[in-house]
Design a protein around this ligand. Structure first.
Ligand SMILES: Nc1ncnc2c1ncn2[C@@H]1O[C@H](COP(=O)(O)OP(=O)(O)O)[C@@H](O)[C@H]1O
Ligand SMILES: [Mg+2]
Length: 278
């Protein structure tokens, strides 16, 4: 990463209208979108700016936030692109929650409850007619008021069509059928509730083991393979799962999801129930 992007003055002004004077801290700046935490006396917000390749993706995300029940967003344009301001969601990510699990330091009860809460948050999104399309270990925030999902750039619903430039989200958590759809060249690619459940199970697997679910080495796929070749391999359903056994009882139902064809995957609420009964 080079120098952190400049936070748009217009966004700071919008943030200060709700927070009072803010102190900005840069969180991430990659692939044309940057996020800052803006901390004020009255409130704390997230500011996201999209520029270059990230401009239209960030604009789309703010439009999704505007449509989703329970989300608040203020958005605008600046000289380099677009920005939006939304409340800061306080709490650990799912990845953070599972840190003691990866280190073998206990904490299983809290982690398992958090896994169930993540499944229920996805279930609620699906019940509202939305598909997230890019679930990842960093995209669930475990707040005191439940899990909130981040990075809704690629979300779609019957009233908000999928983006023509969507390429399936993070490659490592792609379901085989979505990988095949991306590689087929058909556009728009439509993530589904079933592909979300695959990514949800893959997210939890990754949080437990600290590794992406698929054993690329075993399939002879080197680290330098590009995203397109990786998707093509995933689409063949021949890349095996990693054999890590960090938490066998929780990994077993996740393994079933990751191996199942779309039509045999549980729904998000069904997966929540399975995990809650462990
Ligand atoms: N509203 C928010 N509340 C708390 N953290 C946020 C919020 N929005 C973004 N973040 C933080 O910024 C990171 C990057 O945001 P994200 O929307 O995933 O951007 P990117 O497109 O770069 O992946 C998240 O993983 C999270 O740590
Ligand atoms: Mg993200």
């Amino acid at each position: 990463m080079g120098e952190f992007a400049r936070c748009p003055d217009e966004a700071v002004k919008a943030a200060e209208a709700v927070c009072g004077p803010v102190v900005l801290s840069g969180i991430t700046d990659r692939r044309g979108s940057a996020v800052w935490k803006g901390t004020g006396v009255l409130a704390t917000v997230a500011i996201k700016a999209g520029y270059g390749e990230g401009e239209e993706i960030t604009a789309r995300e703010s439009a999704v936030l505007d449509q989703l029940p329970g989300c608040t967003v203020t958005a605008g344009r600046y000289d380099r692109g677009v920005w939006y301001v939304t409340p800061w969601l306080e709490g650990p990510s799912t990845w953070d929650v599972f840190k003691p699990i990866r280190k073998g330091d206990g904490g299983r009860e809290y982690a398992l409850a958090s896994a169930v809460h993540l499944c229920r948050a996805v279930a609620d999104l699906h019940a509202g007619g939305w598909v997230h399309s890019d679930l990842q270990p960093a995209h669930g925030v475990h707040t005191d008021h439940g899990v909130r999902l981040l990075d809704l750039s690629w979300a779609w619903s019957p009233s908000f069509p999928p983006s023509p430039v969507f390429q399936g989200g993070i490659t490592h958590l792609l379901s085989p059928e979505l990988a095949a759809a991306v590689e087929s060249g058909e556009r728009p690619v439509r993530a589904t509730v079933e592909s979300d459940v695959h990514a949800l199970a893959g997210t939890l697997w990754t949080c437990i083991t600290g590794r992406w679910p698929l054993d690329y080495d075993a399939a002879g796929l080197g680290p330098d393979i590009g995203p397109s070749a990786r998707r093509a391999a995933i689409a063949t359903r021949t890349v095996p799962l990693c054999s890590d056994e960090t938490w066998p009882a929780l990994q077993a139902p996740l393994r079933d999801v990751l191996r199942a064809p779309a039509e045999h995957r549980p729904t998000a609420p069904e997966l929540a129930t399975v995990l809650a009964e462990l």
